[in-house]
Write a protein that binds this ligand. Structure first.
Ligand code: AMP
Ligand code: MG
Length: 339
């Protein structure tokens, strides 16, 4: 599979209608469009077109057992995707949409099996990004879109990251600048007896519990592969750079040992500073802020930069363990996991 990948720059705040028309046409004829959301870049296809969605799996090298998230333009469109919308789902949609909360609900018959990996539930959300929303409106169909990277690799927060993995595998990339959230949506399963977070993300467990007025369960990935397959975010190895990554509680000392041994190391450190600051060779050091939102916003961009800099190993200073850091620990621990 090799297509000529077209790239169109779009204005984040008011995306050019002509660009949206072009992208919508690609989607309606069964093609793939990568686009920015408030979390990471998505790799989109018409969710009602089974063969188009199959192209997503092929482009990513994604196992067919991993379902994909469906995006809709507004909560009113939920009925095109989900069979029943419970009161809880309605309350969460009102509280968090458009936003980074994905709800797992009973599916509707029009959603092809490939989207849900054959399961009876569908994951759906309304993205909070002007380009994603304009694209959904122009296309007039729900858009299935996992993150726009090859399976298991680092998630993309810029159009350049998308091209790194998918150039020649996607018809069109809408470049709307960096995705500001930086990590994926929270996936909340509402199809079982109690609301359960399948993947922690930008919306916190505490925020969801505050809306529902009840405790929210958190599914921790067991080693059971059937359970893992229910949710690709649960795959043990995921979000990983091409070089080994380790977490360290005393990263400066660890870096000193590795560098003394002649290893070209990438160091992802923490500070209270804002933004990413680069310095020093042969150790390449990037610094992320010590607040969970700022850290999430820069995490994948920093890991891409260290990977691209030719580091042989990446050492990440272990972030704080407080609940607001849950989603970040989830991503880092999967990036560490050995094959
Ligand atoms: P990605 O698109 O790569 O961000 O991963 C898609 C995410 O969608 C996974 O982490 C899953 O948790 C979630 N997902 C999609 N469909 C379903 C579903 N039907 N049931 C449970 N999780 C789902
Ligand atoms: Mg992904």
């Amino acid at each position: 599979l090799s297509v000529r990948t077209e790239i169109i720059e779009v204005d984040r705040e008011s995306p050019q209608p002509a660009a949206m028309t072009t992208a919508a046409e690609v989607l309606r004829r069964g093609g793939l469009v990568a686009f920015p959301t408030e979390t990471v870049y998505g790799l989109g296809a018409n969710a009602l077109d089974a063969s188009a969605v199959r192209c997503i799996f092929e482009a990513k090298g994604r196992p067919a057992t991993n379902p994909v998230i469906v995006h809709v333009a507004s909560a009113e469109e939920l009925s095109r995707v989900a069979a029943q919308v419970s009161e809880l789902a309605g309350a969460l949609a009102r509280a968090f949409w458009p936003g980074a909360l994905t709800l797992v609900l009973p599916r509707c018959a029009e959603i092809p099996d490939v989207v849900t990996a054959g399961g009876e539930t569908v994951a759906v959300r309304v993205p909070n990004h002007p380009v994603a929303l304009a694209l959904l409106k122009a296309a007039g169909v729900p858009i299935a879109a996992p993150s726009a990277n090859r399976s298991e690799s680092l998630s993309p927060t810029t159009a350049a990251h998308v091209l790194k993995g998918l150039d020649g595998r996607v018809d069109l990339v809408l470049d709307g600048g960096p995705a500001r959230g930086g990590i994926e949506s929270t996936v909340l399963d509402l199809s079982g007896p109690e609301p359960t977070i399948l993947r922690p993300g930008l919306v916190t467990r505490e925020q969801i519990a505050a809306v529902l007025g009840v405790q929210v369960a958190l599914r921790t990935a067991g080693e059971d592969s059937a359970e893992l397959a229910r949710s690709p975010g649960q795959m043990r190895r995921h979000y990983a750079p091409r070089v080994p990554l380790e977490l360290s509680e005393a990263s400066a000392a660890r870096i000193a040992i590795l560098a003394a041994g002649g290893v070209r190391v990438g160091w992802l450190a923490l500070t209270s500073d804002e933004g990413i600051v680069a310095c020093g060779a042969p150790v390449r050091k990037l610094v992320l802020p010590r607040d969970p939102q700022g850290y999430a916003a820069g995490l994948f961009a920093a890991l891409h930069a260290l990977e691209d800099a030719g580091c042989q190993r990446i050492v990440v200073e272990k972030p704080p363990l407080d609940p607001e850091w849950l989603a970040i620990h989830d991503r880092l621990s999967r990036a560490v996991a050995a094959e």
